[in-house]
Design a protein around this ligand. Structure first.
Ligand SMILES: Cc1cc2nc3c(=O)[nH]c(=O)nc-3n(C[C@H](O)[C@H](O)[C@H](O)COP(=O)(O)O)c2cc1C
Length: 314
């Protein structure tokens, strides 16, 4: 079973991916958060920094494209090729109205003809392996029915499915029955993504969906950094966990220091990360409050390293 790291904008950037892969565990694949390209132009050019080879020395991610026209795709492909990438993932899952309203991300799903036209040009002219990350629809899961023949008409590397619809964003239940129903009708290898928070979740999914070739972990691995090792049945002692977490955080801090000028920006960036990571610790609310109060790097280091020492037993 392959295990992937999900792209999470603002969270699983190169600083996280490099530190995590080196010190906590190596995923079979990682993905960059989306790079939005519109009318052939990068919407936020600094999103491209995440792809730079000097930022991805330890493990090369799969770059993710968010857009809906071929000119934009090929602009992105050119950048990816120049950095030595061989696969591009197309985002058909982003649920935010500012994106879906422009028929991008999950906003593309109600328009199978548009997806077909886009994939036709891309699969004909691109030299990259093409994979898709999608939801079951924008408004209704039944939208996926019309997408099956479209996806089956192209040689996709894989299809990663998060079985919610766009309008749910990240709330409500995933529709696992609909996932089972649709996944078995797809020709491309299928990866399951959504709400995998424990070994039991993963085992249940694999038992019920033997056609699943890979699992993608998102918020679950941010909350429980050793979920990857658990899924691989690697049992670590408390001391080993603490040592790995410390090395991970030391490297994350070093990268953040390079990227952000001044402790304020740096600490804001890490605050979002800790809104998930604190779940690993007892008294998680208290810890998160302490982290939010930190005004300097020194203070931040004292708080997090004492939490890691104290709670994991080092
Ligand atoms: C803050 C945040 C940012 C995200 N950014 C992206 C993104 O850039 N590209 C993408 O395909 N999915 C993105 N997602 C969706 C995740 O990749 C994943 O599909 C979703 O969180 C469900 O998986 P999980 O329950 O394991 O977290 C994002 C989700 C969150 C919560």
């Amino acid at each position: 079973m392959k295990i992937y790291l999900a792209p999470l904008q603002g969270l699983t950037d190169w600083m996280f991916r490099e530190s995590f892969s080196k010190h906590v565990g190596l995923f079979d694949k990682t993905f960059t958060p989306f790079v939005r390209v519109q009318n052939g132009e990068f919407y936020r050019p600094n999103q491209c920094n995440d792809l730079l080879p000097e930022h991805n020395r330890f493990q090369k991610p799969v770059p993710q494209f968010l857009g809906n026209d071929a000119a934009s795709f090929f602009r992105f492909e050119e950048l990816c090729r120049s950095h030595g990438y061989t696969e591009i993932n197309i985002n058909m899952g982003c649920p935010y109205p500012m994106v879906t309203g422009r028929r991008m991300g999950a906003g593309l799903l109600p328009y199978p003809e548009e997806i077909k036209n886009l994939l036709e040009v891309i699969c004909h002219d691109s030299t990259m392996k093409i994979s898709v990350k999608c939801r079951l629809g924008l408004e209704h899961i039944s939208e996926f029915e019309a997408l099956i023949p479209v996806f089956n008409a192209f040689p996709l590397e894989e299809i990663i499915i998060h079985p919610r619809v766009g309008k749910q964003q990240y709330k409500g239940d995933v529709d696992f029955d609909a996932f089972l129903n649709y996944a078995s009708a797809l020709k491309a290898p299928v990866c399951y993504n959504g709400d995998i928070n424990s070994n039991e979740d993963a085992t249940r999914i694999l038992q019920q969906a033997p056609e699943v070739k890979a699992l993608m972990l998102g918020r679950g691995v941010l909350q429980h950094p050793f979920l990857l090792s658990e899924l691989r049945n690697a049992s670590l002692t408390a001391d080993e966990k603490a040592a790995r977490l410390k090395s991970f955080h030391k490297e994350l801090i070093t990268h953040c220091q390079q990227k952000y000028s001044g402790d304020h920006h740096f600490l804001k960036h890490l605050e979002e990360f800790w809104s998930y990571q604190s779940a690993e610790f007892e008294n998680s609310h208290k810890l998160f409050k302490l982290i939010k109060k930190c005004k300097s790097l020194d203070q931040y280091e004292r708080v997090i390293f004492s939490a890691i020492n104290g709670i994991l037993g080092a």
